[in-house]
Write a protein that binds this ligand. Sequence first.
Ligand code: ADP
Ligand code: MG
Length: 300
Amino acid sequence: MINSAKNIFFLGKGGVGKSTSSALTALHLAEDGHKTLLVSMDPAHNQSDIFEKKLSEKFLKINENLSAKEVEISRWVNIYLEEMQSQVKRTYSYLTAFNLENYLDILKFSPGIEEYALLLAYQSIRNSAKNVDYIVFDMPPTALTLKFLTLPDVSLTWLENLLMLRNKIIEKKEIISRVKLGKKEIETDKIRNKLNKQIEDYKTIKAVFRDKSKTSLNLVMNTDKLSFSESQLIVDNLAKFNITISNLFLNKWHPGFDYSEIKNKYKDYGFQLFPESKTPLLGVPALADYLSRLDKFVML
Ligand SMILES: Nc1ncnc2c1ncn2[C@@H]1O[C@H](COP(=O)(O)OP(=O)(O)O)[C@@H](O)[C@H]1O
Ligand SMILES: [Mg+2]
């Protein structure tokens, strides 16, 4: 079935083990018989090293149930800008003298562009994922991840205001022309229809991010103070948008460290303990061996 795959996002401070936890989780799901995709959204792209395979934008089969790929953000920035350019050209045909191409190179560095590119990549992955049970996303650093997750909300505020303005313009035009032949302008206006389509798309994504049966947000942290505070920052910022964490992954845990306080603080979330490995967690055999020694794996 199309679009029924569950999103499994991994977020947290750099170095806490997002990529390792994503890889272990994806392999765990695949071993359990679920069709799973692992997608690296982090430009640092650690999955190639973890799986000891050269990953690219094309899905590479890791085993019977698992395929992995790396999203190249710069490529999606270009796709996003080209789409925007052709839309502007189509809508404002009188702007032909205005050389849009010259602005594209500058726009690539414009604030906000990366999260739009990531959202576009996300939509494209979801739309093409057929017969998939889980999509595990290894996410970029905290700031970009937070912007990505809250982008639908922020965009909706803009779009809904734009739609109101457009409706007012059309109403004024109808009053002036007083021509009511066939369909009303309000139904045929291309810009208005485009805005409505975007609003629908963002509303869907927004709802999916908040639906615990469709999206699992997993926060990875270590036992040190810095990763504690960044985790709390993530929890607080998402709470402002009514987005809640599903599970806390305490990674690189070493015996002797008492985690009862952490577990108690985050008792509303599921809890997964990943002990520190003495040997490198690289390659499928090493990951599978590590998984086989875990007592339990949290419900995703
Ligand atoms: N449970 C673990 N035991 C031992 N080393 C780990 C564990 N998890 C991660 N590491 C190591 O810590 C480093 C950072 O992990 P990584 O998954 O790349 O973090 P992130 O993606 O959050 O930046 C890597 O060298 C990785 O091999
Ligand atoms: Mg990483």
